[in-house]
Design a protein around this ligand. Structure first.
Ligand SMILES: [Zn+2]
Length: 161
C-alpha cells in the first residue's frame, strides 16, 4: 500500500498526477453537491450557520426544498433567503451547476487549455453556450488562479456579497 496523503486521502503521496476525473466526480457527483460546495465556500463553512444581512448576525439557516431549480437557504430567524449562486457567473444560467463545474475541471486539467468546440462535444451543449462558459470562466475565475476550483472563492472577493 502506498502512503496516503492526509490532506487528500484519495491520492497517494507518491502520485504526481493532477486532480483526476475520479476525484472530481467523488467531490462533485451532481448539481446538489456543487450547490452545497458554493454554499459552504461563500456563506456557511459548517453548512448551517451564516451571516444574515437582515438580522446582521450569525444565524442558523435551513434549506427548504422548492420546485425552483436553483435552491436557496433561509434564515430561521427572519426568513431572508441566501442564494449560493448570487453574483456569480453561474447565477440564472440555464446550464446546470454540475456542467459548469465539469467545464471548470476540464479547463483546469488541460494545461494548454480547452477549446469551446471541445467543451461543446464533452458536455453536449450548443457551441454558443460552450463559448460563453469558457469565456466567463477564463475572464472571471482564471484571472487570478490557475485552478478555477479555487478561483470560485477568489472571484467572490471581487464580486463582494
Ligand atoms: Zn435573518
Amino acid at each position: 500500500m502506498p502512503p496516503v496523503n492526509r490532506k487528500n486521502p484519495v491520492r497517494a503521496e507518491t502520485s504526481e498526477s493532477e486532480y483526476s476525473l475520479m476525484e472530481f466526480m467523488r467531490e462533485y457527483p451532481d448539481d446538489d453537491a456543487c450547490l452545497q460546495a458554493l454554499w459552504r465556500k461563500r456563506y456557511a463553512p459548517d453548512g448551517e450557520h451564516a451571516h444574515c444581512p437582515m438580522c446582521d448576525a450569525n444565524r442558523s439557516f435551513k434549506r427548504y426544498e422548492t420546485t425552483q431549480q436553483r435552491q436557496s437557504w433561509t434564515c430561521t430567524a427572519c426568513g431572508h433567503h441566501l442564494h449560493p449562486t448570487a453574483d456569480t457567473i453561474f447565477h440564472k444560467s440555464s446550464t446546470s451547476l454540475h456542467l459548469w463545474f465539469y467545464t471548470m475541471y476540464l479547463m483546469a486539467s488541460t494545461r494548454c487549455g480547452i477549446s469551446a468546440k471541445q467543451v461543446e462535444r464533452e458536455i453536449g451543449c450548443t457551441y454558443k453556450t460552450a463559448w460563453r462558459m469558457t469565456h466567463l470562466i477564463r475572464k472571471e475565475l482564471m484571472k487570478q488562479a490557475n485552478d478555477p476550483m479555487s478561483g470560485t472563492i477568489e472571484a467572490d472577493e471581487t464580486y463582494g456579497r
